[in-house]
Design a protein around this ligand. Structure first.
Ligand SMILES: Cc1cc2nc3c(=O)[nH]c(=O)nc-3n(C[C@H](O)[C@H](O)[C@H](O)COP(=O)(O)O)c2cc1C
Length: 222
């Protein structure tokens, strides 16, 4: 996408809502090309239409775009990710390891290895309430942003690994102690394309009136 010819206002306005939902998956292979600031603002604006308790709207969105700053995050993320992915990496040596899980793991590894090249690392933070982080109040906004990225053709995914060095990151971002980050969304133009993600059927997890353990026993809901 040529940044100079993008009509930010119009981009994404024609994507049908349910179709967008059905085809929003984690896109972790991203091109290093820059993303216009106005487009980042647009997807964050979609985040601001999310519901929140008491309509308190506790969220803040901080886009990290400078190469050295992205590197600061990437180095720390990678170190943690290497330890985090080890069990899956070992398990995947077994040829019977499910192909879909293997692809997912490979994409996550790719993201970790290339995080410093991702043009936008978008942090989502929010005020604490009664001393507690309000993570649950931020996730509707995060999902809105992911859907907006889908609509405008940006690739994105949701990550939370950085919270293991969250305090250090929050201070580095200039956030006060009562406004921690809960997620980082690496965003850029996708190398691949949006398509339906692999999900179990709604019939394996949807009931009227009562939960039915027979569905679980039949292996439909594992
Ligand atoms: C709460 C939460 C935390 C996540 N944290 C990470 C993360 O730290 N790193 C990562 O690569 N993916 C992370 N993910 C992305 C999931 O792995 C991804 O959504 C899942 O594998 C489905 O991918 P798909 O939409 O491509 O099928 C996280 C997802 C959620 C919902």
């Amino acid at each position: 996408m040529d940044a100079n010819t993008i009509d930010v206002e119009q981009l994404g306005e024609d994507v049908r809502l349910l179709d967008g939902m059905r085809t929003t998956r984690a896109i972790r292979r991203l091109r290093p090309d820059p993303v216009p600031s106005a487009l980042i603002r647009k997807v964050c604006e979609a985040g601001t239409f999310a519901p929140s308790g008491g309509n308190r709207q506790p969220w803040f969105f901080i886009a990290v775009t400078e190469p050295q700053r992205r590197m600061w995050i990437a180095e720390r993320y990678r170190k943690l990710f290497d330890a985090y992915i080890q069990p899956a990496w070992q398990a995947a040596k077994d040829p019977s390891y499910p192909a879909a899980k293997r692809r997912n793991m490979q994409a996550a590894i790719h993201l970790a290895e290339h995080l410093h090249e991702v043009p936008v690392l978008l942090f989502v933070a929010g005020w604490t309430r009664r001393g507690q982080p309000q993570t649950q109040a931020l996730f509707p906004a995060i999902q809105n942003i992911l859907l907006a990225c889908r609509a405008v053709g940006l690739g994105a995914s949701l990550t939370t690994l950085h919270t293991a060095f969250g305090k250090e990151t929050d201070a580095w971002l200039g956030l006060p102690e009562n406004c921690p980050t809960c997620a980082m969304l690496p965003i850029g133009w996708p190398q691949g394309s949006y398509r339906r993600p692999q999900r179990r059927s709604v019939d394996s997890c949807f009931f009227f009136e009562h939960f039915d353990p027979a569905v679980v026993e039949a292996g439909l809901a594992d």
